[in-house]
Design a protein around this ligand. Structure first.
Ligand SMILES: [Zn+2]
Length: 331
């Protein structure tokens, strides 16, 4: 045990905090900085008096598709309390989002999904868009951003996906036909070839970073699909077969999102009314998807985070709520 504020190990026990169900939580005081804390400090459960198991069951029900009001009735709380619990976990999403291991080889698929948010606006004016990226082999869900389908949303989504992926040696970046994925990435990941790399026959000087391949699947007017590579690759980058370029896993993932996340299903849902509400439920879904729920497409009892090498067993929802991030969980 160390002080969460100054990291000192000189800790005194200082009585107990009691939770609503009567459980006692040991309280501590730091001898160096004098601040008081308990084992929940710094976790999503900090300063709550509700038992962690109750919050955990509510989050589980919500991430299996229960609506916010139904969850309130089931757990004997108001729906705003359930929302606040979700917000507590969503606020810690960064602590559960390590970047891809350096030198690994990944395929990211980018795609958009839409739900109605608030008033019945045409899709171009709606904040109900989500753009998100999955890693193909592990099914790890690297980022999801909700908002208006505008330049800012693509810039944010691409930036956070690139931050996740950029330490990798081999990167295949495959999306649907939306050109803004490639345009935003080009700003972040282009390089100039120097003399020895630049053979006169190659014909390009400004190319993608070495090891990065960018392609999209474009829907033609007849419904047929063709693959288009975006900008020139580095001369040392191997290029995939056209048949590998797709976002099929991401599309299957969208179907799962509609099933498990009531905000994407009940189109009149009151609490997907704001972009911030949609972002909150997306963050919670993403953490459960990556860390808690074994994925049917992987070997038995394997979560996407295990497949990425971030941990060696599935975590429980309770562990997400009572830890300060993946680094603190014995795993
Ligand atoms: Zn201290």
């Amino acid at each position: 045990m160390e002080c969460p504020y100054c990291l000192s190990e000189k800790i005194l026990k200082r009585g107990f905090d009691s939770l609503q169900d009567g459980t006692l939580v040991q309280r501590y005081q730091c001898k160096d900085c004098n601040r008081r804390f308990n084992e929940r400090t710094g976790t999503p459960m900090a300063r709550l008096r509700t038992a962690s198991s109750v919050v955990s069951y509510a989050i589980k029900a919500r991430t299996e598709g229960m609506g916010i009001r139904a969850a309130g009735r089931t757990f004997g709380k108001s729906h705003t309390t359930i929302m606040r619990w979700e917000k507590r976990l969503a606020d810690q999403a960064q602590n559960w989002s390590p970047p891809a291991p350096a030198a690994s080889d990944v395929t990211v698929e980018g795609d958009e999904v839409y739900t109605r948010v608030g008033k019945n606006l045409p899709p171009s004016q709606s904040q109900g868009w989500t753009i998100h990226f999955l890693e193909r082999e592990s099914r790890y869900w690297l980022t999801a951003q909700a908002g208006l389908k505008d330049a800012q949303l693509f810039a944010n989504g691409v930036y956070s996906a690139w931050e996740w992926v950029k330490a990798c040696d081999g990167i295949r970046w495959f999306t649907d036909g939306e050109r803004r994925y490639g345009q935003e990435l080009w700003k972040l990941a282009n390089v100039y070839l120097n003399g020895e790399e630049c053979h006169p026959d190659y014909g390009h000087r400004k190319v993608w970073r070495e090891g990065l391949e960018v392609a999209m699947k474009v829907k033609g007017s007849q419904g047929n699909r063709r693959v288009e590579w975006v900008k020139a690759e580095h001369p040392f980058t191997a290029i995939s077969l056209g048949s590998e370029v797709h976002a099929n896993h991401n599309e299957a993932h969208n179907a799962a999102l509609r099933r498990r996340c009531s905000a994407y299903r009940r189109r009149q849902s009151l609490y997907a009314k704001k972009r911030s509400g949609l972002q909150r439920v997306l963050d919670v879904q993403r953490l459960i998807h990556n860390w808690v729920r074994p994925h049917w497409g992987l070997s038995k009892q394997t979560t996407p985070a295990m497949e990425m090498g971030f941990c060696s067993r599935p975590l429980s929802t309770l562990e997400l709520l009572t830890n300060k991030g993946f680094r603190y969980v014995p795993c």
